[in-house]
Design a protein around this ligand. Structure first.
Ligand code: SF4
Length: 301
């Protein structure tokens, strides 16, 4: 496993609680990295070798702006390229956005702004527009992440047609609980591959405030506060991993079959079946299918 990117979930807390959130982010959600943990994860990423990019995300990483700025500076000094994912709630005016972004200018190479109808009443909110203008003035590369709504609230809309520049919802985390009732389903045994993650040779992992190293949100390869990241990577044999192995063999359908998990006839997508099956397997694999936050068990809204 040769990682080129490590994504730090600085916090599970978010000012929003969007229906499509993979990690059940919300204002009530618990779990944030302290400064020592940020430094430890950066050090371990450096020692691993080959890691080029560090991303800071969440939850919402701008909720603790001083820590975010320090973390970006530290990552930058260590020679990493740095990206941030944010919903831009802080960009109430262009001037305010400039004040927030100025300490990051020249250090951040990718500012990804979540901009869609889950985060605001308009697909491009004033805050996201302010953030983009401020970033452009400061020379920070910026782009938008847009998740299209799956349900056809507009009777002229056609399910499955996603506008250019937008992505479809992946029905895991809160999306599996909140959105799957509204859309067409596909027979469960047709989900024979993981469509989104390279489980065999991942280029990036997410590390959360508890040290869990996620290959996909809620599937942990180990805890880097207990086992060094380099060791976790060296020990990862995809085919032998209890969850990744079956997923590689035959997708979520194979995972469900392997453990004889009761299932419905049909699901919204591969992630929906995968997530529901993993929820049913948590007691059996508590160290892997973790933490409670990602399974909606720390904040069940
Ligand atoms: S199928 Fe499972 S492992 Fe693959 S992206 Fe979806 S939730 Fe993650």
């Amino acid at each position: 496993m040769r990682l080129t990117g490590v994504h730090l979930l600085l916090t599970y807390e978010c000012n929003f609680d969007c229906d499509h959130c993979f990690v059940w982010g919300s204002p009530q959600q618990q779990g944030a990295m302290d400064w020592e943990q940020v430094c430890e994860i950066l050090e371990q990423s450096k020692r691993l070798g080959g890691v080029e990019w560090i991303y800071f995300e969440g939850g919402e990483p701008f909720l603790d702006h001083p820590k975010l700025v320090k973390a970006v500076q530290r990552a930058n000094q260590m020679g990493f390229r740095v990206g941030i994912v944010s919903n831009a709630f802080w960009a109430t005016t262009v001037e305010e956005a400039i004040a927030q972004l100025e300490p990051l200018a020249g250090r951040v190479e990718d500012l990804s702004i979540s901009s869609d109808l889950y985060h605001a009443d308009e697909s491009s909110s004033p805050e996201t527009r302010n953030a983009r203008e401020a970033a452009q003035r400061l020379g920070i590369p910026v782009d938008f992440i847009s998740i299209e709504r799956p349900e056809a609230e507009d009777p002229t809309a056609v399910i499955g047609q996603i506008p250019a520049g937008a992505s479809g919802v992946m029905h895991r985390g809160r999306a599996a609980a909140k959105l799957t009732g509204r859309i067409a389903k596909t027979p469960w045994d047709g989900f024979t591959a993981c469509p989104f993650e390279d489980l065999r040779d991942p280029e990036r992992v997410h590390v959360d405030p508890f040290g869990n190293v996620h290959i996909c949100q809620g599937i942990s390869l180990g805890n880097l506060f207990r086992t060094p990241l380099a060791q976790i990577c060296a020990d990862y044999i995809p085919e032998q991993h209890p969850i990744a192995g079956p997923l590689l063999e035959g997708g979520p359908a194979a995972l469900t079959r392997r453990f004889e998990i009761p299932h419905a006839d049909s699901y919204a997508d591969a992630c929906h079946l995968c997530y529901e099956t993993r929820c049913a397997l948590r007691e059996r694999f508590p160290e892997i299918l973790t933490p409670d936050q990602v399974y909606g068990e720390a904040d069940s809204r």
